[in-house]
Design a protein around this ligand. Structure first.
Ligand SMILES: C[S@@+](CC[C@H](N)C(=O)[O-])C[C@H]1O[C@@H](n2cnc3c(N)ncnc32)[C@H](O)[C@@H]1O
Length: 242
C-alpha cells in the first residue's frame, strides 16, 4: 500500500521542519529579490516560509502555494506571515490568478512531483503565469546514481548518544523515482517521515522548459553564481519565456 499524496510530506514533517531546516542562504534571498523587483513573486511549495518570509522582508510581494495545511498554518502564525497570500493546492496546477515577475521553487521541491507528466504540467502552468519579462527559478540537486547502489538508499544522517536518524529507501532507475523514509529513533520511540521523489537531470528539465515554451537563460552551481560544470552537485536554473 502506498497512500502517499501531495500533502503527505508536509503533513508529516510540519512539526519538526523548522528544527531541521532553520537556515536560509542570504545570497539566495538577495538574488530572488532582484528577480522579483517591484513585481509579484510566487513560491511553489512555500512550506513554513523559510524563504518567503525573508524575501517579504526585502519588500517583495510574495505569494505561495502548498498542499499541506499544517505547513501553511505555521507560516501564517509567524510575524510577516499575514503579508503573504497562500493558496492550498498542488503546485503542478499553479492554482492562482494572474502573472508574476518571479516564480521560484527551491530545495529540490520540484522533484516532489511524482511523474514526468506532472512535472511537464508544472512547467506549462508556470509559463502561463509569468509576466512578459518574468523568470522561473528552480534549485535542485544533480542526480548521482552512485548514491543508489543496488537500488537501495541507506544513510545514517545523525548518530548521537540520544538519537539516530536514518534515510532508508528504494530506487527505481526506470522511473527515476525514490521512495524513502527518514527514520528518527530515540529511546523508546520511532518516527517515520516519508519522502517520495522523481528526480531528473538538468537536461530533462530544459526539455520540459522547451515543451512549455520556456528557455534557459542562466544556470549556476550555487547562489554565488559560480559556473555550472559537470562536477556540480546542484544547480540553480533560470528560465524565461522563449
Ligand atoms: C522541502 S519543503 C520546502 C519548503 C520551502 N520551500 C523551503 O525551502 O523551506 C517542500 C514543500 O512542498 C510542499 N509540497 C510538496 N509537494 C507539493 C505539491 N505537489 N503541491 C503543493 N505543495 C507541495 C510540501 O508540503 C512542503 O511544504
Amino acid at each position: 500500500m502506498n497512500f502517499y499524496t501531495h500533502e503527505t510530506y508536509g503533513e508529516r514533517v510540519a512539526g519538526v521542519y523548522d528544527d531541521w531546516y532553520a537556515e536560509h542562504n542570504p545570497q539566495m534571498i538577495d538574488t530572488l529579490a532582484g528577480f522579483g523587483g517591484d513585481g509579484r513573486a510566487l513560491e511553489l511549495g512555500i512550506g513554513t516560509g523559510r524563504i518567503a518570509l525573508p524575501l517579504t522582508a526585502k519588500g517583495v510581494e510574495v505569494h505561495g502555494i502548498d498542499a499541506a495545511e499544517s505547513m501553511i498554518s505555521q507560516l501564517r502564525a509567524k510575524p510577516g506571515g499575514e503579508k503573504i497570500t497562500i493558496t492550498t493546492g498542488n503546485f503542478a496546477e499553479v492554482p492562482v490568478e494572474g502573472t508574476f515577475a518571479l516564480v521560484y521553487i527551491v530545495f529540490n521541491t520540484f522533484f516532489a512531483l511524482s511523474s514526468q507528466e506532472e512535472q511537464v504540467q508544472c512547467f506549462r502552468n508556470v509559463a502561463a503565469h509569468l509576466d512578459a519579462g518574468g523568470c522561473f527559478v528552480l534549485e535542485a540537486f544533480v542526480p548521482d546514481l552512485n548514491r543508489f547502489t543496488g537500488g537501495q538508499v541507506n544513510w545514517a544522517t545523525k548518530v548521537t548518544a540520544d538519537e539516530v536518524q536514518l534515510d532508508v529507501g528504494q530506487h527505481d532507475a526506470a522511473t527515476q523515482r525514490v521512495v524513502s523514509q527518514k527514520v528518527v529513533i530515540t529511546d523508546g520511540n520511532v518516527r517515520l517521515y516519508p519522502v517520495q521523489i522523481r528526480y531528473c537531470w538538468p537536461s530533462e528539465l530544459d526539455l520540459m522548459a522547451q515543451i512549455a515554451a520556456l528557455r534557459l537563460r542562466e544556470r549556476w552551481s550555487n547562489w554565488k553564481r559560480e559556473p555550472f560544470t559537470s562536477e556540480s552537485g546542484q544547480h540553480i536554473s533560470i528560465y524565461e519565456r522563449s
